[in-house]
Ligand binder design. Structure first.
Ligand SMILES: Nc1ncnc2c1ncn2[C@@H]1O[C@H](COP(=O)(O)OP(=O)(O)OP(=O)(O)O)[C@@H](O)[C@H]1O
Ligand SMILES: [Mg+2]
Length: 518
């Protein structure tokens, strides 16, 4: 079958135009229009998309040079070939300067065909190049916003840690005064909502602590999909198409579940009258070229999870923006505009990528890419069951955090639980306390990111030399912190900020009760 070609012919001579059309029809499925004035050409350019312009050089009411000027004004990139009976060397040079891609005498069809082939190919390459640059600019923009929001979110996390921790302590104290307890409860709920928001911002900034495991998406998805049907209601029909054999991948399963839930809720919101939701998995190999087109992803093997809906779709001019934090088309209170931001950050932080394909009135596909993992699938770790009341203890604990308020909250909570608590503002102070030997510490509870050249991990290593058998629990608000390399810290001894008093109590007890030093 012949390829489609849309040609705008700038020509006053009907017979010449007819000849040209007949020639082109031999190789292409042709759509064409003939114009011979500037107005007609402008209208034709406005009216539809053209692959090519073929123009006579001089016409009674128009010329190739003016046609080229007009084309430049529209900023359209359409190859322009001059086919003319009379074109001298000077005129040819003038035409090429004005932007013509080629010129040839009338009737020389043997030259015209290959010239068109070449121009179409080059125009396609230019288009692809522009698209890649555009995506790159977009991802750089997101990177910049990410750095900004990451910094803000991290500070807010610390502030909220202080607020939540103190309200937890307050609630303990006012248990028998319901009217005061109620105020504390409301303040706590808002602080926790704030913490949820900063968590999403950190996710977008690719700074959330991730606990990646080697998993097969085909094994974890059915469970998650089962839960979705209850959330989405009856009007949405959920289908899944899982690849028969799927490569394993490294991903944080709880974040994946969160991502899927958010995608499904977006889909539901886009299908107010109901519709179909399709969840698919696939193995995908991206070669150099495909990776370059996506921007921001390295060539290689990926496992994809795609969520497709039959909803309203996203208009092309908004596609770029939906990932930006706080971009939402939903009414106030209905959406914060952080869902896709968070999912994008999660995919990128996992070494993958997010792509969006959407057509207005037809639906949307959001696809997450995760890098293929060569290792075998690990079984899920033991699920910890939350205790109803905070476990207590009498051991001696050294709390290290450069943030004085956060440190104070931790000290108060642990003291209330019965522990003997000392505190230090940085690693040097902590080591001095251990060296002084006034107290023998059972556990070091330290922030990972500490100032003055000694981070939490360094401190723990040095402290263990002084006090072999010392147990350690770290805390952090960051995922992968350039300074402290917390990515390498075992999640079993890492408590994410901001934390509730109950969590702190449980994690401290668990580390203390572990058979040997971690
Ligand atoms: N499946 C979809 N179909 C149509 N539009 C979508 C879809 N997913 C996202 N959008 C558009 O992208 C916007 C941003 O989505 P995002 O999930 O980031 O935020 P939100 O859903 O508005 O709020 P939040 O997820 O924080 O509650 C949405 O407001 C909507 O306009
Ligand atoms: Mg959303």
């Amino acid at each position: 079958m012949a390829e489609k070609l849309r040609v705008l012919i700038v020509e006053d001579n009907r017979a010449d135009a007819a000849l040209l059309v007949r020639e082109l029809r031999r190789s292409w499925e042709l759509t064409h229009e003939q114009v011979e004035t500037a107005e007609a050409m402008r209208a034709a350019l406005d009216g539809q998309t053209w692959d090519l312009i073929i123009s006579d050089f001089a016409m009674p009411k128009f010329s190739a040079i003016r046609a080229l000027e007009l084309l430049r004004e529209t900023q359209l990139d359409i190859p322009f070939i001059i086919v003319s009976g009379t074109i001298g060397e000077e005129a040819a040079v003038e035409a090429m300067r004005a932007g013509a891609r080629d010129f040839m005498p009338k009737g020389k069809f043997s030259r015209l065909q290959p010239a068109i082939q070449r121009e179409l190919k080059e125009a396609a390459a230019r288009r692809e190049h522009r698209a890649v640059e555009q995506r790159l600019r977009q991802s750089q923009k997101l990177e910049t916003i990410g750095q900004l929001t990451g910094g803000i979110a991290h500070d807010f996390n610390n502030l909220l840690g202080v607020v939540v921790g103190n309200i937890d302590l307050l609630q303990e104290m006012v248990k028998d005064r319901p009217s005061v307890a109620e105020l504390a409860e409301e303040a706590l709920n808002s602080a926790l909502r704030g913490a949820e928001l900063t968590k999403r911002l950190l996710a977008f900034a690719r700074q959330q602590p991730l606990t990646a495991r080697t998993v097969n998406l085909n094994e974890v998805l059915p469970n998650m999909i089962g839960m979705l049907s209850r959330t989405l209601g009856e009007r949405i029909k959920i289908d899944s198409r899982l690849a028969p054999v799927l490569w394993p991948t490294q991903v944080d399963p709880s974040q994946l579940e969160d991502a899927l839930l958010n995608l499904a809720i977006n889909a539901r919101d886009a299908m107010p009258k109901g519709g179909d939701l399709l969840i698919e998995t696939a193995n995908v190999h991206l070669d150099e070229r495909q990776a370059a087109v996506q921007a921001d992803i390295l060539p290689g093997d990926y496992v994809t999870m795609s969520v497709t809906d039959t909803g309203t779709g996203i208009p092309p001019e908004l596609i770029e923006r939906v990932i930006e934090p706080f971009f939402t088309t939903k009414d106030a209170g209905q959406g914060t505009g952080l869902g896709l931001s968070m999912i994008y950050g999660f995919a990128r932080q996992s070494g993958g990528h997010l792509s969006i394909y959407s057509e207005v009135g037809i639906g949307t596909t959001i696809r997450l890419y995760f890098p293929r993992q060569q290792a075998t699938v690990e079984p899920a770790g033991p699920v910890s069951t939350a205790a109803a009341s905070s476990p207590t203890g009498g051991e001696s604990i050294l709390v290290v955090d450069d943030n004085a308020e956060l440190r104070r909250v931790a000290v108060r909570v642990l003291t209330k639980l019965g522990y003997q608590v000392s505190e230090a503002a940085d690693g040097h102070e902590a080591l001095a306390l251990i060296k002084a030997g006034e107290r023998r510490f059972d556990l070091l509870f330290s922030d990972l990111g500490l100032p003055h050249g000694l981070d939490g991990a360094d401190l723990a290593a040095a402290a263990r030399l002084l006090a072999p058998g010392l147990k350690v629990l770290f805390t952090t608000g960051y995922g992968v912190d350039r300074r402290n390399g917390s990515a390498k810290v075992d999640p079993a001894i890492l408590l994410r900020k901001p934390y509730r008093s109950q969590e702190l109590a449980e994690r401290i007890r668990a580390v203390l009760d572990a058979p040997k030093a971690n």
